[in-house]
Design a protein around this ligand. Structure first.
Ligand SMILES: Nc1ncnc2c1ncn2[C@@H]1O[C@H](COP(=O)(O)OP(=O)(O)O)[C@@H](O)[C@H]1O
Ligand SMILES: CC(=O)OP(=O)(O)O
Ligand SMILES: [Mg+2]
Length: 411
C-alpha cells in the first residue's frame, strides 16, 4: 500500500510517499515558490536527487507536477498514479471538533474552512492542497491529520482564557495548541530512549523550528501547551512574537498608524528573532552573527532561549515535576548551543548534561548523564510518518490510536 503525505504551506508544498505498513520512504520532496514562474521542485529517492525549476502558478499545478514526477520513468517510484492508495494531509487547525485524524468528506472540508480565521497562514493552504488532490486523484481516499488534535485532552482550566466565558461559548475562543502531530511522535519514542512507559512519566516536549511550541505531557496526554487559539502565542519564534502584553497592539497601532492587517503581519512575519535582530528569522544565521559580536543577534538569541527555559519551568511546576525533556524540530534537533543555553540554568531540576552526547551525538539520543534526575533527549521529529500511520489505519478500517478523551488532571 502506497500512501502520499502532503504538507501544504502558503507558497510551498512538502511531500513524502510511503510504502506501508513497512514505513519505507520511497521519495520525499518539496515544491517552493508556488505562484511564481521559477518555482523549484526538489526531490530525493533512495538512489537519486533531482531538481526542476518551472512556472507553477497554484497548488493544483504543483500537485499535478508531483504526481507526474512520481510516475515518470526517470524517477521510477510508481508505474501509475493509481498505485497511490490514500493521501494524508497535515491540517493545522481542527478547532474543537477533531481530537483524532479523520477521513475527509464535504463536512470535514467545511470544518477546515470554518477555522480559516484562526489559522490564516496555514488552513487555507491546507484546504487548497486537499481540493487540488481531489481533482488530480478523484477516486483516492484522503485523510486529515490535525496539529490541534493531540492537545484536545487539555483540561478546561488549562485551555480557557481568563476573559468573559461567553466568548468561549459564542466564538470558541480558547487555547487549541499546535504541532500536536510532532509532540505525539516524539512522545511515542520516549520508551525506546528511557526504558519506561510514558503513562508513568511527566514529559516536556520542546518543538523548536520556525514555529515553536512547548507541551506538558502527563501520562502520555497533552495537558498544556504554549501556542494558543492561534500559532502566535507562546515562545518567541523565527518571525512570530509569541507572548506579549495585549495592550501593545492598540498602543502600536495608534502610534504607528497601523491597520489590523499590518499589525497582524508585524506580529507574525516581522517579529521574533527577525524583529529583534533586524537581520533574519533563521537561527543558523543568528548564531553566526552572534559569534561575530553582533549585539542584537546576541540579545535575540538570549531572549529566545530564556523564553524556552521559562516555559520548561512553568510546565515542571504545572505537573509538580518533570521526568523527561525532549528537543525536536529544526533548531531543537540541530543546535547543541541552543540546548546547552536552555539547560545550563535548569540545574535546580537536577539536570546533568552529557556535553559530548549533546555536542557530538547524532540522531535520536539521550543527552544527559546516568546521574541526571531528568532525562533530556533529542528526537528528530517525523510528522509525515505519523500522518502516514494514521492514514493507513483509517483506510484499512483500523481505528486511529488511543482513547484520548479530555482528562481530569491531577498530579
Ligand atoms: N544546525 C542548525 N543550527 C541552528 N538552527 C538550525 C540548524 N539547522 C536548521 N536550523 C533552523 O531550523 C529552523 C527551521 O526548522 P523547521 O523545523 O524545519 O521549521 P518548519 O517546519 O517550520 O519549516 C530554521 O530557523 C533553521 O535555521
Ligand atoms: C502551527 C505552526 O506554527 O506550524 P509551523 O511551525 O509549521 O509554522
Ligand atoms: Mg514544521
Amino acid at each position: 500500500m502506497k500512501i502520499l503525505v502532503l504538507n501544504c504551506g502558503s507558497s510551498s508544498l512538502k511531500y513524502q510517499l510511503f510504502a506501508m505498513p513497512e514505513e519505507a520512504v520511497l521519495i520525499k520532496g518539496t515544491v517552493e515558490k508556488i505562484g511564481s514562474d521559477d518555482a523549484i521542485h526538489a526531490y530525493k529517492t533512495d538512489g537519486q536527487k533531482g531538481e526542476t525549476v518551472s512556472e507553477i502558478l497554484d497548488h493544483r499545478e504543483a500537485i499535478r507536477q508531483v504526481v507526474a514526477a512520481l510516475t515518470s520513468p526517470e524517477v521510477g517510484v510508481l508505474k501509475e498514479a493509481a498505485e497511490i492508495t490514500a493521501v494524508g494531509h497535515r491540517v493545522v487547525h481542527g478547532g474543537e471538533r477533531f481530537s483524532l485524524s479523520t477521513l475527509i468528506n464535504g463536512e470535514v472540508k467545511q470544518a477546515i474552512r470554518d477555522t480559516f480565521d484562526l489559522a490564516p497562514l496555514h488552513n487555507p493552504a491546507n484546504l487548497l492542497g486537499i481540493e487540488a488532490m481531489e481533482e488530480v486523484l478523484p477516486a483516492v481516499p484522503q485523510v486529515a491529520v490535525f496539529d490541534t488534535a493531540f492537545h484536545q485532552t487539555m483540561p478546561m482550566e488549562h485551555f480557557l482564557y481568563p476573559i468573559p466565558y461567553v466568548l468561549y461559548q459564542r466564538h470558541k475562543v480558547r487555547r487549541y495548541g499546535f504541532h500536536g502531530t510532532s509532540h505525539r511522535y516524539v512522545t511515542s519514542r520516549v520508551p525506546a530512549l528511557v526504558g519506561r512507559d510514558v503513562t508513568g512519566l511527566k514529559v516536556i516536549s520542546c518543538h523548536i523550528g520556525n514555529g515553536a511550541s512547548v507541551a506538558a505531557i502527563w501520562r502520555g496526554r497533552s495537558i498544556d501547551t504554549s501556542m494558543g487559539m492561534t500559532p502566535l502565542e507562546g515562545l518567541m519564534m523565527g518571525t512570530r512574537s509569541g507572548d506579549i502584553d495585549p495592550s501593545i497592539h492598540e498602543y502600536v497601532m495608534e502610534k504607528e498608524g497601523l491597520t489590523f492587517d499590518e499589525l497582524n503581519s508585524m506580529l507574525n512575519k516581522h517579529s521574533g528573532l527577525y524583529g529583534v535582530s533586524g537581520i533574519t528569522g533563521d537561527m543558523r544565521q543568528i548564531v553566526e552573527e552572534r559569534s561575530k559580536g553582533n549585539t542584537r543577534a546576541g540579545v535575540a538569541f538570549s531572549m529566545y532561549t530564556y523564553r524556552i527555559r521559562k516555559y520548561i519551568g512553568a510546565y515542571a511546576a504545572a505537573m509538580n515535576g518533570v521526568d523527561v525533556i525532549l528537543f525536536t524540530a529544526g533548531v531543537g534537533e540541530n543546535s547543541p548551543l541552543l540546548r546547552r543555553s536552555v539547560l545550563e540554568r535548569l540545574t535546580y531540576l537536577g539536570i546533568e548534561v552529557d556535553d559530548r552526547a549533546n555536542e557530538e551525538g547524532k540522531g535520536e539520543r539521550l543527552i544527559t548523564t546516568p546521574n541526571s534526575k531528568v532525562a533530556v533527549c533529542v528526537i528528530p521529529t517525523n510528522e509525515e510518518l505519523m500522518i502516514a500511520r494514521d492514514t493507513n489505519s483509517l483506510v484499512t478500517g483500523l481505528s486511529t490510536t488511543p482513547d484520548r478523551d479530555s482528562i481530569s488532571f491531577d498530579t
